[in-house]
Design a protein around this ligand. Structure first.
Ligand SMILES: Nc1nc2c(ncn2[C@@H]2O[C@H](COP(=O)(O)OP(=O)(O)OP(=O)(O)O)[C@@H](O)[C@H]2O)c(=O)[nH]1
Length: 393
């Protein structure tokens, strides 16, 4: 496909070419729920396989009380962090299928801390075979020796079954630690976990580490990175964002999954936490205002739809610009007031960008029809150009 973005100042058209990757993983789901919550489903391993069981999973594992359920509730169910204090201990595997209300098409399996996962009655091979990412949560405020041995046991077993899994370690609850203590804890956990792997001759098994807390945006940032690794179209999305911002005088742009506030792509300039938080806050403001004033009198309608857009001017000459891209994705940009004088140019380039994003996923539909889904690759929910979902699987 060939798209034309107009450049700032020169008025010269610039053409870009992109290729859509063959494997598809994510698409746009059917409808935005009015309450902005996610559909959920509970079950245990004895459940007979359902179509949703064939979706790639993100597994959330870790010791008891490490914070797994809290992470899931805060990121995907809009629970406020303080409410997690009252969460009861999970006593069976909790499967949360979030694909019906989000761009992201995956399942999260929250494992209860006290279950002996390697009990012979659990078919762990079946679990790991369809897993895209395994998140292991370690409580950084607690003694983590036991957690580290459990981490080693879990990842080494999982790796033997499915070496394609992305292994992600959340060093969690770091809100209670000083900055120095955070760095030291991360270094220590990193060192010990990798030493254990080296002793078991598993040097090829790569662990990624994140410092997280539900009391700030770090958990959303970490989840964004985990999800991004599962999106095969990511380089294309980044490329499009780079071209869009450089031709529009924009400083930073994020492509957000609106419900979860996970950013599924951003341009290649470094992400600073403040910009990300600012954009998250903008989504909250827009959705909250829209929920109050944007619905019809009888309460029907959606707080986020094709018409959704917002411009917020801050008192430090910064402008925030949000616009709907697909039913679940929004582009949120940060730019200077001077650049915003060329609003027409930005709108035009946005139009090209939006079209390109739709084409990326449209190409995905045709390739997913002709290719077999590789094991461990997330399936794609598809969208036509007008945003109407089609079934591919
Ligand atoms: N300070 C702090 N506390 C947290 C954080 N995340 C979770 N918690 C608290 O940790 C406690 C345990 O959280 P849960 O989410 O129930 O832990 P879990 O791992 O799901 O526990 P099980 O269901 O027993 O396996 C709760 O009181 C949470 O409020 C965090 O980032 N910081």
């Amino acid at each position: 496909a060939r798209l034309y973005f107009k450049g700032v100042g020169e008025g010269v058209n610039m053409s870009i070419q992109y290729e859509a990757p063959l494997a598809d993983s994510f698409g746009v789901a059917d409808s935005f729920p009015k309450d902005f919550g996610y559909g959920e489903e509970e079950g245990d391993l004895e459940d007979s396989p359902t179509p949703s069981d064939s979706k790639p999973r993100i597994l959330l594992m870790g010791l008891r009380r490490s914070g797994k359920s809290s992470i899931q509730k805060v990121v995907f169910h809009k629970m406020s962090p303080n409410e997690t204090l009252f969460l009861e201990s999970t006593n069976k595997i909790y499967k949360d299928d979030i694909s019906s209300s989000s761009f992201v098409n995956f399942q999260i399996w929250d494992f209860p801390g006290q279950v002996d996962f390697f009990d012979p009655t659990f078919d762990y091979e079946m679990i790991f075979r369809g897993t895209g990412a395994l998140i292991f949560v370690i409580d950084a405020q607690d003694d983590y020796v036991e957690a580290l041995s459990r981490l080693h046991l879990t990842v080494s077993r999982a790796y033997r079954v499915n070496p394609e899994i992305n292994f992600e370690v959340f060093i969690h609850k770091v809100d209670g630690l000083s900055d120095d203590h955070k760095i030291e804890t991360q270094r220590d956990i990193h060192q010990r976990a990798n030493d254990d792997l080296a002793d078991a001759s598993l040097e090829k098994l790569h662990l990624s580490f994140y410092l997280t807390s539900i009391y700030d945006h770090s958990i959303f940032e970490a989840f964004s990175k985990v999800v991004q690794k599962l999106i095969p179209q990511l380089p294309t999305l980044e490329n499009l964002l780079n071209i869009f911002i450089s031709n529009s005088g924009i400083e930073k742009a994020f492509l957000f999954d609106v419900v979860s506030k996970i950013y599924i792509a951003t341009d290649s300039s470094p992400v600073d936490m403040q910009s990300y938080e600012l954009c998250c806050d903008m989504i909250d403001v827009v959705i909250d205002v829209s929920c109050i004033y944007g619905l019809k009198e009888d309460g029907t309608g959606s707080a986020y739809d094709k018409e959704s857009m917002a411009i917020i001017r801050l008192n430090n000459t910064t402008v925030l610009y949000l616009k709907e891209v697909t039913k679940f994705l929004a582009l949120v940009c940060i730019l200077r007031e001077e650049s915003f004088e060329r609003k027409g140019l930005i709108d035009y380039n946005f139009h090209c960008f939006r079209k390109a994003i739709h084409e990326v996923f449209e190409v995905g539909i045709s390739t997913s029809r002709t290719s077999t889904q590789p094991a461990g690759t997330p399936l794609m929910k598809t969208v036509a150009l007008n945003g109407t979902p089609r079934s591919t699987v």
